[in-house]
Design a protein around this ligand. Sequence first.
Ligand code: PGA
Length: 256
Amino acid sequence: MHADRQPIIGGNWKLNPQSLGEAVSLAGQLRNRLGSQRSVQVVLFPPMPFLHEVAEKLRESELLVGSQDLAVQAAGAFTGAVSAAMIRSVGGQWVLCGHSERRAVFGDSDAIVGQKLSAALAGGCKPVLCIGESLEQREAGQTFAVVAAQLQVLKSFQVSQLQDLVLAYEPVWAIGTGRVATPEQAQEVHLFIRQQVQELFGKNFAQQLRIQYGGSVKSATAAGLMAQPDIDGLLVGGASLLAEEFANIVRFKSGN
Ligand code: PGA
């Protein structure tokens, strides 16, 4: 964490919970705990059908809402697709692009992730671009090469388009596995990512860019991760479904 970059913590609910009532109830519990704190930017990513009601529940609080995915298309005959404009229209401001589950389970290639980034920006959603290596790739010593390759999608954009961009480094081997990267392991890759971004877009942009860590983050590990100089936030899956646990992650340091 760096004093010039406001921490940003996301709660990625994935395919949970199963009913609107539970989703709104979780949003209400989070609002009670975190609705007025301002030191950390907090963004919740509920499933699409709940986004509107969750955004309504959080209206006039400090909590923001985003979508876990979006379509590359803006409008037209694309059955099942959801556009950036639709997300905006129901109260979503942010969108995850290239989450590893989208890449691995739904086949989102780097090319598609780039198109989603483009669609998000064109439609006025702020993107969180997710990158990270698999266990196989880490063990083969390919971590840096993999994240550098995933960052290449940024090349087709101008710095002026990327002012709201947030990156999320999520090693696939740490997602949902309980196997969190150590703060040092994460910091090493975050620093590398910032250097890569600096090569692409210059020092000023790289210094103001926020990079989240994601993968089995819990309240017990949040402070250690956030103490690293190049970790500016967290993207939380499982633990974001537990209101008190997620609130404690957001309050990683006393005084929030
Ligand atoms: P996890 O998920 O915290 O459950 O590991 C993180 C993510 O996928 O964003």
